[in-house]
Ligand binder design. Structure first.
Ligand code: SF4
Ligand code: SF4
Ligand code: SF4
Ligand code: FES
Length: 578
C-alpha cells in the first residue's frame, strides 16, 4: 500500500498532522475539537447545505465550511472565535424559522441533534415573528413518516437512500423556504424500507411507524446484541422498555456494520412477542400436542432416546439449527458424538463452509474474508447469491467500496440481481450454471455458448489484472465447485480471500461447532492432526478427555478399539478407547 503523505496545520493554535486530502472537519475531530454539523455525514457526498460548520481560516476573507474545505499544509483554522460562535447562533435561528418547537412530543426529543445544538450554541429567543409555515405530517409507508416542518433540509436521507442503499427513493421538491423531501411515488414510498433514512435524520422529520409516540429515549434500556436474521452478523442495539423491544438501531456505529442495518435488522424483532411463538415444550399424546414442563420434556426425550440407542445407536439422528447459539450447537454435537457415539448430525445448510475450509486447507487461517476487507477490496468476484436481499451488509460493503475507492465488481449470476447496476462486468448464466462457469474459469472445462465463453474470458482477464481479490459466493456453490473456485482464486495475483454467504444468523456458527457430518467443531476432521491442543489426554469412547474435545478423531480411532497415540500435534498422551 502506498504511503500516505501527511500534512501539518494548526487548529486553535494546536498543531495537527493529518493525511493529505483530509477535510478540515475531520482534522478537528481528530483532536477532539467539535465543529457542529448537520448535513455533513462521513461516507456520504458533501452537501454544504446547513452552514453549521463555519470556521475561520486565516487569510480567507469569509468564514468557510469545514465540511467541504480540504486541509492544506500550514493552514491556520480557528473554531471558537466570537465570529464563529455568532455564525452558529444565526444559522440555528434560521433553521428554527419554520421548525415547530414541539420537542416535548417529538420522537426525537432527547436525542435530537438540533435540540442539542440549540442548547449549546443557540439563542434563547428568536427574532422571527412571522407565522411558521405548517404542513401536515405524511405517512409514506407503514414504516416511514415525514413531518416537513421539522425537516432542516440537510439531505442526509436523500443521500443515504441514493448513495448508500442505491434505491434513490427520496428527492427534494419545491424551492427555497418551501423545499421539502418527497417520496418516489408521489404520496408514498416504494423502496426497501431499510429505515436508514429515519435513523440518519438528525431531527424528528422522519419517524418510524413501529416506534413513534411509544416512549421517550430516557425511558428505555439499551441492549447491544447481534441481528437474528442473515449470517452477516450486524451488531444492533435494542431499545427495551418493560421487557418489550421497541426499536433496533446501531447509533454508536460499533460492530462490523457501523451505521448500517437492513430492514430485517432494524424492524424484524416483533417475532419475539408473536402470539404463535412456542414458549414451552410440548409432548404429543395421540393427535394433539400438550404443553409440559422442561423437566417432563427432557425426561420423555431421554427415555425414548435411550430405547432407540439400546436398540442400536445409529438409528438416532440430530438436527441442529443455524438460529441457535454456538454454545447450544456445540452441546448438541457433543451429545450426538460423545454420548450417543453417532455422526448422524446435520442442520439446514445454506452455504458450504465445510467445503470452503476443506478447499482452502492450510490457507484457511488467513484466507477468509472479513466484512472490512470486503469493503477495502480493489476487486470483488460475486458468484451466485443476491446480497441486496439475502446478505444486505455484504451488499452495503460492496457498494461502499465501489463508491469510496472504485472497487471493481465482477458478478456471475443466473438472476438479474440489483448489484448488476454497480458491476464492472456481469455474466449471466443459466439457472444452476454458476458452478459450471467456475469450472470453466478454473480448468477451462465444459461447453458453453461462444458469447458466454467470451464473457468468461473477459471476466478472467479483468480479475487477473487486479490484486487482492475478494471472492464472495452463495449457496449455489458447494463441494467440488468451491474447490474449482479456490483453484481459480489461487492463480490470481496478490491475496485472494473468500467469503461464503449463509442465510441464517448462525449459519457459520453451526458449521464451526460441527453440527454436520463433515467436520467436528473447530474444523478438525477424522484422522487430521489438531494444531491447537496443548493438553495430554486419555480417551473414552467417542470422547477425548483432553480439553480440546476433538471427538470425531477420538471416535474414529475408538472404532478400532485400541490404545493409540493421540494424534493431536502437541498432545502426546496415549488414549485408551473403551
Ligand atoms: S427506508 Fe431505506 S430505501 Fe426507503 S427511502 Fe428510506 S433509506 Fe430509502
Ligand atoms: S428529513 Fe431529516 S435527513 Fe432528510 S433532509 Fe430533512 S432533516 Fe435531513
Ligand atoms: S444485513 Fe443481515 S445481519 Fe445485518 S441487519 Fe440485515 S439481516 Fe441482520
Ligand atoms: S455540515 Fe458543513 S455545511 Fe452542513
Amino acid at each position: 500500500m502506498a504511503e500516505q503523505k501527511l500534512i501539518k496545520l494548526k487548529i486553535n493554535e494546536r498543531e495537527v498532522q493529518v493525511p493529505q486530502g483530509t477535510l478540515v472537519i475531520e482534522a478537528t475531530r481528530r483532536i477532539g475539537t467539535e465543529v457542529p454539523s448537520f448535513c455533513y455525514y462521513p461516507g456520504l457526498s458533501l452537501q454544504a447545505a446547513c452552514r453549521m460548520c463555519l470556521v475561520e481560516v486565516e487569510k480567507a476573507p469569509k468564514l468557510q465550511t469545514a465540511c467541504t474545505m480540504v486541509a492544506t499544509e500550514g493552514m491556520i483554522v480557528r473554531t471558537d472565535t466570537e465570529q464563529v460562535r455568532q455564525a452558529r447562533k444565526y444559522m440555528l435561528e434560521f433553521l428554527l424559522t419554520n421548525h415547530p418547537l414541539d420537542c416535548p412530543v417529538c420522537d426525537k426529543g432527547g436525542e435530537c441533534e438540533l435540540q442539542d445544538m440549540v442548547f449549546r450554541y443557540g439563542a434563547d429567543s428568536s427574532r422571527f415573528v412571522e407565522e411558521k409555515i405548517h404542513r401536515p405530517e405524511e405517512k409514506w409507508s407503514e414504516l416511514v413518516y415525514y413531518d416537513a416542518p421539522r425537516c432542516i433540509l440537510c439531505f442526509r436521507c436523500v443521500r443515504v437512500c441514493d448513495e448508500g442503499m442505491d434505491v434513490k427513493a427520496l428527492g427534494v421538491g419545491m424551492r427555497g423556504a418551501n423545499s421539502v423531501i418527497i417520496p418516489n411515488r408521489q404520496d408514498h414510498l416504494e423502496c426497501e424500507e431499510c429505515g436508514m433514512c429515519i435513523d440518519i435524520c438528525p431531527v424528528g422529520a422522519l419517524t418510524s411507524g413501529t416506534y413513534r409516540y411509544k416512549t421517550r429515549p430516557w425511558e428505555m434500556a439499551y441492549v447491544s446484541t447481534v441481528c437474528t436474521h442473515c449470517s452477516n452478523g450486524c451488531k444492533t442495539t435494542l431499545s427495551v422498555r418493560n421487557h418489550e423491544i421497541l426499536r433496533s438501531n446501531n447509533r454508536d456505529l460499533s460492530g462490523i456494520n457501523k451505521d448500517f442495518l437492513c430492514v430485517k435488522g432494524r424492524f424484524g424483532f416483533d417475532f419475539t412477542k408473536h402470539a404463535e411463538r412456542i414458549k414451552q415444550p410440548m409432548i404429543r399424546k395421540g393427535d394433539k400436542l400438550y404443553p409440559v414442563s422442561w423437566e417432563e420434556a427432557a425426561q420423555a426425550a431421554a427415555t425414548r432416546l435411550k430405547e432407540v440407542y439400546d436398540a442400536g445407536g445409529d438409528a438416532i439422528g440430530f438436527i441442529g439449527s443455524n438460529r441457535t447459539s454456538n454454545e447450544e450447537n456445540y452441546l448438541l454435537q457433543r451429545l450426538a458424538r460423545a454420548t450417543f457415539g453417532t455422526n448422524n448430525i446435520d442442520h439446514h445448510r445454506t452455504a458450504d463452509y465445510t467445503g470452503l475450509i476443506t478447499a482452502l486447507g492450510e490457507r484457511a487461517g488467513d484466507s477468509l474474508l472479513t466484512m472490512e476487507q470486503l469493503y477495502q477490496s480493489k476487486a470483488v468476484l460475486l458468484v451466485g447469491n443476491d446480497p441486496t436481499n439475502q446478505n444486505p451488509l455484504a451488499g452495503w460493503q460492496i457498494r461502499s467500496g465501489i463508491r469510496h475507492h472504485g472497487t471493481k465488481l465482477f458478478v456471475i449470476n443466473s438472476n438479474e440481481i440489483k448489484l448488476k447496476r454497480k458491476a464492472t462486468q456481469f455474466v449471466k448464466v443459466e439457472t444452476g450454471q454458476e458452478a459450471a462457469a467456475l469450472r470453466w474459469l478454473a480448468h477451462e472445462e465444459g461447453q458453453f455458448a461462444p458469447e458466454l465463453v467470451e464473457q468468461l474470458v473477459q471476466l478472467k482477464a479483468g480479475l487477473e489484472a487486479e490484486s487482492d481479490v475478494a471472492v464472495v459466493f452463495g449457496a449455489e456453490i458447494s463441494g467440488a465447485s468451491i474447490a474449482a473456485l479456490v483453484a481459480f482464486g489461487s492463480k490470481l495475483p496478490g491475496k485472494t480471500r473468500y467469503m461464503a454467504l449463509g442465510d441464517y444468523a448462525n449459519s457459520r456458527g453451526a458449521a464451526d461447532m460441527g453440527v454436520s457430518t463433515g467436520a467436528t467443531e473447530g474444523w478438525a476432521r477424522g484422522g487430521e492432526r489438531c494444531r491447537r491442543c496443548i493438553w495430554r489426554g486419555t480417551f473414552r469412547r467417542g470422547d477425548c478427555s483432553a480439553r480440546c474435545f476433538r471427538f470425531e478423531i477420538a471416535r474414529e480411532d475408538a472404532l478400532h478399539g485400541a490404545w493409540r497415540l493421540c494424534k493431536f500435534a502437541r498432545c502426546s498422551g496415549y488414549g485408551r478407547f473403551a
